[in-house]
Design a protein around this ligand. Structure first.
Ligand code: FAD
Length: 425
C-alpha cells in the first residue's frame, strides 16, 4: 500500500518506521489524554480578524459543521478567567517577583519622563515581536473568546472548492520559497517534489513544514469524514473515507507526490518533537495553573511523563544545521511564516480557521524555541540559562497550549495513517 511508508525522512536522519512505532505506542496515548485537561482544552483566540489579503469574502462555509461554539462562562476554569495569559517565565511574571534591588529602581523610575517610558514600552513590544514567528494574537480584544477544543474537534466540515484551494494557493505561491531562478509560481506548473529538491536546506525545511501541516489537516479530514445518517431520525457520524484518502495521497492520483506529502507530515512531527524536548526544562517547572488544584497536579505529572518520552527519542531533528551560512535567511524565514499566520484569517470556515490558527501558532512557537537568540548553538544559552532558570524569550500560556495541541494533531494524524493502512490491507 502506498501509505505504508518506508525509509528515511528527507532532511532528517530518521526512518518513518521508527516514528510510527514511537508515536503510535508511546506518544499518542499520552498526548491524547493530556489534551483533555482544562489547561490545554480551553483556548482563547480571536477568529474574527479580517483577512489582510482580501480573499475570504467569496467562500464562506455555510455548513453547520463549519461553526464553532464559544465557551460558556461557567465552563471556563477560574484560574483562566483571571487572565493568567503569561507563564511564570515571561518577563511580565518575572517583573512581579522583582528582587529588592529592582524595587530600588522604582525610585529612579519616578524621575524618568513619560516620553522615555513610552519609548521603553515601544522597544519592549518590539523586543517581544522580534522573537515571534507569528503575527501576535490579540487575546485582549473583545472578539477574543475561549473555545473548548475537545468539544470542537477538527474533522470534515465540507469546506472545499475554490475558497479552500485559494487559501492553499496563497500559502504556497506567495509564501513558500521558490528556486532563485524560478520566475513562475512553484505551486502547480512543475512537480513540487522536483522544485523543492532544487532549494537550499532552509527553504526545503520551510516547504516541508507547510506541506506537512497541509497533510495533517487532510489526513484528519479524510479520517473523520461525515457519514450521512442512515435514517431521517438518526444522528450523523464521522469515520474514515478510504476513497477520499486515496484521492489526496495515492501516487497515481497526485502526480506521484502523495507519499512525499505524507513524509512531510513526519518531518513536521520531528520538528515539533525536537522543540518540545528542547523546551522541556522550562515546561517541567511550569505550574499549569487553572485554579483547580487536583487537575493542576495531574497535568504537571502528565506533562513530565510526556516530556520524558519526547526527550528519549534517539533520532532528533538537528536544527543547528540551519542558518549557518546566512543569518539574513532567518529573518526572511520569519517574514514568510508571519505571512502564513496572517493568511489563517482568510480561511472561510470558522472551525477550520480556529484549528488553522492554533496549529500555525503552535508551529511558530516551536520555531521560536528552536531558533531564538543563541538557542541554535550546541552550547546554547537555552541550556546555560536553564541553570539560572531564565528562558531567553517570552512564552505565553496561549503559545504553550497551541504548541501541545498542534503536536497532538500531528500525533493523531500519524496514528490515523495506521488506521488507513489496516483498512486498505
Ligand atoms: P486541497 O487540499 O485543497 O489542495 C489544493 C492543492 O494543493 C492540491 O490540488 C495539491 O496540488 C496541493 N496539495 C494538497 N496537499 C498537499 C500537501 N500536503 N503538500 C503540498 N501540496 C499539496 N476542511 C475540512 O473539512 N475540515 C477542516 O478542519 C479543514 N481545515 C482547513 C484548514 C485550513 C488552514 C485550510 C486552508 C483548509 C482546511 N480545510 C478543512 C480544507 C481542506 O484542507 C481541503 O482544502 C479540502 O478538503 C479540499 O481538498 P482537495 O483535495 O480538493 O485539495
Amino acid at each position: 500500500c502506498f501509505c505504508k511508508l518506508k525509509g528515511e525522512i528527507d532532511d532528517c536522519s530518521c526512518k518513518v518506521e521508527n516514528v510510527d512505532s514511537f508515536n503510535n505506542v508511546k506518544i499518542f496515548p499520552l498526548i491524547s489524554s493530556l489534551l483533555e485537561y482544562d489547561y490545554f482544552r480551553y483556548y482563547k483566540v480571536n477568529i474574527f480578524r479580517s483577512c489582510p489579503f482580501g480573499t475570504n469574502s467569496d467562500g464562506k462555509c455555510g455548513s453547520k459543521s463549519c461553526a464553532v461554539d464559544k465557551c460558556k462562562d461557567e465552563h471556563i476554569p477560574p484560574g483562566l478567567k483571571k487572565n493568567h495569559s503569561q507563564n511564570k517565565y515571561s518577563r511580565e511574571a518575572q517583573k512581579e517577583h522583582k528582587c529588592d534591588d529592582e524595587n530600588e529602581l522604582g525610585v529612579i523610575d519616578a524621575h524618568i519622563s513619560q516620553k522615555s517610558k513610552d519609548a521603553f514600552q515601544t522597544w519592549k513590544k518590539y523586543d517581544d515581536l522580534v522573537d515571534n514567528f507569528c503575527e501576535p494574537e490579540d487575546e485582549h480584544s473583545e472578539d477574543a473568546v475561549y473555545y473548548d477544543l475537545v468539544r470542537n474537534p477538527e474533522r470534515f466540515t465540507g469546506y472545499m472548492g475554490p475558497s479552500a484551494v485559494n487559501v492553499w494557493q496563497l500559502i504556497y505561491d506567495q509564501n513558500c520559497f521558490k528556486p532563485d531562478n524560478e520566475e513562475n509560481s512553484a505551486y502547480l506548473p512543475r512537480k513540487q517534489v522536483v522544485v523543492v529538491a532544487e532549494l537550499c536546506l532552509e527553504k526545503r525545511v520551510f516547504y516541508r513544514m507547510i506541506s506537512g501541516f497541509h497533510t495533517s489537516i487532510n489526513v484528519d479530514v479524510t479520517a473523520n469524514w461525515l457519514k450521512p445518517a442512515t435514517s431521517s431520525w438518526g444522528q450523523p457520524s464521522w469515520g474514515p473515507n478510504v476513497e477520499e484518502f486515496k484521492k489526496r495521497f495515492d501516487p497515481k492520483l497526485t502526480w506521484g507526490e502523495g507519499p512525499q506529502r505524507l513524509k512531510n507530515l513526519y518531518f513536521l512531527y520531528l520538528v515539533e518533537l525536537r522543540a518540545l524536548s528542547k523546551v522541556a526544562p522550562f515546561l517541567e517547572q511550569e505550574e499549569f495553573y487553572t485554579g483547580k488544584d487536583q487537575d493542576d497536579k495531574e497535568v504537571k505529572k502528565a506533562v513530565h511523563e510526556l516530556l520524558k518520552m519526547c526527550k528519549s527519542f534517539p533520532e532528533h531533528f538537528d536544527e543547528s544545521k540551519l542558518f549557518q551560512e546566512d543569518k539574513k535567511q532567518l529573518e526572511e524565514f520569519k517574514v514568510h511564516f508571519r505571512n502564513i499566520s496572517r493568511i489563517m484569517d482568510c480561511v472561510g470556515c470558522d472551525k477550520c480557521r480556529m484549528w488553522g490558527k492554533i496549529q500555525i501558532r503552535g508551529l511558530g512557537t516551536a520555531l521560536k524555541i528552536l531558533f531564538s537568540g543563541d538557542s541554535m548553538r550546541p552550547d546554547s544559552t537555552i541550556t546555560q540559562n536553564h541553570k539560572k532558570g531564565i528562558l531567553p524569550f517570552q512564552l505565553q500560556r496561549g503559545e504553550i497550549v497551541a504548541l501541545l495541541n498542534s503536536f497532538g494533531r500531528l500525533s493523531k494524524s500519524i496514528h490515523e495513517l495506521e488506521v488507513f493502512r489496516k483498512l486498505m490491507a
